[in-house]
Design a protein around this ligand. Structure first.
Ligand code: NIG
Ligand code: FE
Length: 407
């Protein structure tokens, strides 16, 4: 048994609603708190001195100076298994070139597909571990990682195997997802329907056999996969037993409607969502995932996060860390910057980065600090939780724990 503390404040984020608005007054703040853990699981959380008296045999892991403890962040949407970079795309974009001009100059998703195909599984694994560990040091203890830069049976499997290999070599919890439906690969000679049938018939059964992931994602967009084809694909993926998630309404509408119709665990992006989409999502069990890093990377508007919460949606915030549209990969900074523009409370931001993001991944043992949960935690060098967003992501955690141990 181990007792960690004292913490000036602990925000366990327990007992809060899964959906809708949150005010900071709703936060249960424990002052001079401690966390009692055993075998990586939280046994008790409360007043540090009382916990110490009640558990005299507990080993004490003492904190130094003022610290605020939060659950580790859950980044429920990333593409950090890739090779190379797209700095050339970025320089063209900030200079005003269009999506089409960049694609015609050899940029876009296909460029990363080419670079990722040219990398070995070992190289992909190593760079993925480095990115996961950077995220971990910044308090992100659970990270969803998508494939989607392979776009052939063999290359998608290479990515998923790299994610599996990396999982065993980082203390961050990695959650894999198959995004073979990111776009129809340029070297595929058939139609969009034929590509999706190939994935359904050949790749998904293999992924299931090898237990590489139980999540299937798709990019619904005019430049990627149509809404009709996506509905058919996701329905069949669900019938095979996969949870499904959607890249929805990034540039044009249509994706979130499909997501809700098929019962997707989440609809992510939503920059182009209108009132009807907001209502649909709010009335559904599909988590709405905002990806402010993509808005920052593309110089576009944020998704309607405030409106989604006001309408009653479950809003998670994720980084979308990828080499094209969201190269920064700083989840806290992105969430903090979006919250100022969208007018989100700190409670809404922290919920979106923890237990609401865990819901998007269907994880129920992380994202909240309470007895029985995995002790994934992070502490910030301040005495008041409000300082964390105030510094807009520049203040980083002084300590991060996964399964009760310092990472
Ligand atoms: O989530 N929108 C589609 N896919 C990624 C971008 C991937 C890329 O540009 O490499 C996204 O933003
Ligand atoms: Fe994405």
């Amino acid at each position: 048994m181990k007792l960690t503390g004292p913490f000036t404040q602990i925000l366990p984020l327990d007992g809060l609603p899964l959906k809708g608005r949150l005010d900071d007054e709703q936060l249960n703040i424990i002052h001079n708190g401690g966390v009692l853990t055993e075998n990586g699981i939280i046994l008790a959380i409360g007043d540090f001195d009382e916990l110490r008296k009640a558990n005299p045999s507990a080993q004490i892991e003492e904190t130094i100076g003022p610290q605020v403890l939060l659950p580790g962040f859950v980044d429920c949407h990333t593409h950090i298994c890739f090779a190379g970079n797209r700095a050339k795309d970025y320089s063209m974009r900030i200079a005003g070139k269009t999506y089409l001009e960049i694609a015609n100059a050899g940029g876009g998703i296909w460029d990363t597909v080419t670079q990722t195909r040219n990398a070995t599984k070992k190289e992909l694994t190593e760079t993925l571990i480095q990115r996961a560990n950077r995220h971990l040091a910044e308090g992100v203890t659970t990270i969803e990682v998508k494939s989607g830069y392979g776009l052939s049976l063999q290359e998608e499997l290479k990515q998923l195997h790299a994610i599996k290999a990396a999982s065993a070599q980082t203390k961050a919890k990695l959650i894999p997802a198959c995004l073979a439906a990111h776009m129809v690969p340029k070297d595929f000679s058939g139609s969009q329907e034929e590509y999706l049938i190939l994935i359904l018939n050949e790749l998904l059964p293999k992924i299931k056999d090898e237990q590489l992931t139980n999540r299937v994602d798709i990019f619904i967009e005019q430049s990627a996969i149509s809404a009709d084809n996506a509905l058919n694909y996701l329905t069949k993926a669900k019938a095979l037993g996969f949870d499904v998630t959607v890249h929805a309404d990034q540039f044009t509408m249509g994706g979130s409607k499909v997501a809700v119709e098929v019962g997707a665990v989440s609809a992510d992006h939503l920059e182009a969502s209108g009132e009807a989409e907001i209502k649909l999502l709010a009335e559904s069990d599909t988590v709405a995932v905002a990806l402010p890093g993509a808005s920052l990377g593309l110089g576009m508007n944020y998704p309607p996060a405030r409106k989604l919460l006001d309408a009653g949606a479950c809003l998670a915030i994720a980084s979308d860390w990828n080499p094209g549209s969201a190269p920064m990969g700083d989840l806290l900074m992105q969430a903090a910057v979006m919250s100022a523009a969208e007018k989100l409370s700190a409670a809404e931001v922290f919920a979106g980065l923890t237990y609401r993001a865990a819901a998007a991944l269907k994880i129920n043992n992380r994202g909240i600090l309470s007895p029985g949960m995995v002790a994934d935690m992070q502490s910030y060098p301040c005495a008041d939780y409000r300082e964390i967003l105030y510094y807009q992501g520049k203040m980083k955690p002084v300590a991060v724990w996964t399964g009760g141990n310092k990472a």
